[in-house]
Design a protein around this ligand. Structure first.
Ligand SMILES: Cc1cc2nc3c(=O)[nH]c(=O)nc-3n(C[C@H](O)[C@H](O)[C@H](O)COP(=O)(O)OP(=O)(O)OC[C@H]3O[C@@H](n4cnc5c(N)ncnc54)[C@H](O)[C@@H]3O)c2cc1C
Length: 426
């Protein structure tokens, strides 16, 4: 079961309404049916419709109901794991092409926002902050390696003093600044993609939970009140998949993650704590991340749950961490609190693939999907339209299922995280 949520700041500030949000009733026939109305599904719908396909997208809740409408909104190059892990998995040449695709994902996000005039408050600048001396050492080695092996010079190591131009706290020993990264309002971005897909001719149907997918000469995608017959189906359910495609069980796990939003901060205070208005995350394994919203609230994320139940005393814990970083925020009111489900893979690299010729999937971005999911939609459309090379390159990243079978997977993952959380203290 997914987390049950108070209304999020994003819902309170949504800017776009869609034309078609009715539920599926009766039978429809189309070329491609997409299950899931997050960034992956909406981007796939847009890119497929632009290529001339008839598309029906079915979303269980409202468009943006899942992680895409709840996330920290950080737009970053790279993956949920470091590049050496990708190199070990696929070799250096393929890793270089995958890195380039991750940078393309960030560019694509910006292009989509500009082309479709999506009002989602895009800002540039990302800080990855060192909390421990070992983080600082690893980050400096990382920038040198990225320049040497990938020719990537976008990240700059900033010592404690230099970092204060971006984040003013005594808690960090320094950090990496990357001007290519940034942040946006994730729900408005997702709705903007959905609106663009509609304008390109796709049909988007909300409140239409898919109960079964039957593959055959014609694929049938069923809900309680109707059926879509199609030539191929794209499964874009990520952490909310919940057993819909049994062959994918155990490839990704759901981890709930939480965000609070403060009251709007005074302009002087906001620019005192985050002078360059960047997105920030720390280098801990169970990381905290934050940024300002367009109306200068601090949106502070972190804390995980494996049961889908909100951790106890969440507000207090988040508030303590926030105040430890920025004492000036002590006593600041919290106006919103919400959570969402992240889909992680065992190796934290995204999991793309197909079952037979008619079912495609892309998921498991491991907390790093706001940009990658947009590219996934584009690659899904390429693959379905007979240009599978780039999709296949992503799909070639090998994945293993989480150990422990249906009963022990969650406890084992929680145990592993406890180990890493303890290591975060060193
Ligand atoms: C709290 C939080 C913070 C995050 N912060 C960041 C961040 O700062 N930067 C970053 O890069 N990533 C972040 N992520 C991850 C990022 O949000 C995801 O990787 C990305 O949104 C995945 O998009 P998606 O479309 O694949 O999945 P989702 O947005 O989760 O969409 C899946 C959709 O499928 C629908 N669905 C599921 N089952 C069915 C069914 N049977 N029938 C119909 N519809 C169905 C769901 O309702 C859902 O809307 C965060 C995630 C969370 C939860």
């Amino acid at each position: 079961m997914s987390v049950s949520l108070p209304r999020s700041y994003y819902h309170a500030t949504r800017q776009l309404d869609l034309a078609s949000t009715s539920a599926l009733q009766g039978d429809e026939t189309t070329d491609i049916c997409i299950v899931g109305g997050g960034v992956t599904g909406c981007s796939a719908a847009l890119h497929l419709a632009e290529r001339g396909y008839r598309v029906v997208l079915l979303e269980a809740g409202e468009i943006g109901h899942g992680a895409s409408g709840r996330s920290g909104g950080q737009i970053l190059p790279g993956f949920g794991t470091e590049m050496p892990a990708i190199e070990n998995a696929v070799g250096l040449d393929a890793a270089r092409r995958l890195w380039a695709m991750s940078c393309e994902a960030v560019d694509l996000t910006e292009r989509l926002i500009a082309r479709h005039d999506i009002p989602c408050d895009l800002r540039h600048g990302y800080v990855h902050a060192a909390v421990k001396p070992r983080h600082a050492k690893a980050m400096q080695a990382h920038t040198e390696r990225m320049a040497k092996i990938y020719g990537y010079t976008g990240e700059r190591w900033l010592d404690r003093d230099a970092l204060r131009d971006h984040v003013r706290t005594d808690a960090y020993l320094g950090g990496l600044f990357d001007a290519a990264g940034g942040h946006l309002h994730p729900l408005n971005y997702t709705l903007g993609l959905a609106r663009a897909a509609e304008r390109a001719g796709a049909t988007l149907l909300a409140r239409s939970p898919v109960t079964r997918v039957e593959r055959g000469d014609v694929t049938r995608v069923m809900t309680a009140s109707g059926c879509v017959r199609c030539n191929a189906v794209v499964v874009a359910c990520n952490a909310y998949l919940n057993g819909l495609v049994p062959q994918l069980d155990g490839r990704i796990m759901r981890v709930s993650n939480y965000i609070i939003a403060t009251e709007p901060l005074d302009a002087a205070l906001a620019s005192r704590i985050l002078p360059s208005d960047p997105a920030v995350s720390d280098a801990n394994f169970v990381l905290d991340y934050y940024r300002l919203s367009a109306d200068r609230r601090l949106l502070y994320g972190g804390e995980v749950s494996y049961s889908g139940r909100e951790p106890r005393a969440l507000d207090r814990r988040m508030r303590e961490k926030m105040s430890a970083l920025f004492p000036a925020l002590t006593g600041t009111r919290i106006d919103y609190r919400w959570g969402g489900d992240v889909g992680i893979t065992l190796n934290r690299a995204p999991d793309f693939g197909r079952l037979g010729d008619t079912l495609y999937y892309a998921h498991g971005y491991s907390g790093h999907g706001m940009a990658l999911a947009g590219l996934a939609g584009c690659l899904l459309a390429e693959a379905i339209d007979g240009e599978p090379a780039r999709f296949d390159e992503m799909a070639a990243i090998p994945h293993r299922r989480f150990p422990g079978g249906e009963r022990l997977r969650v406890p084992l993952l929680a145990l592993a995280t406890t180990f890493y959380r303890l290591r975060d203290r060193w």
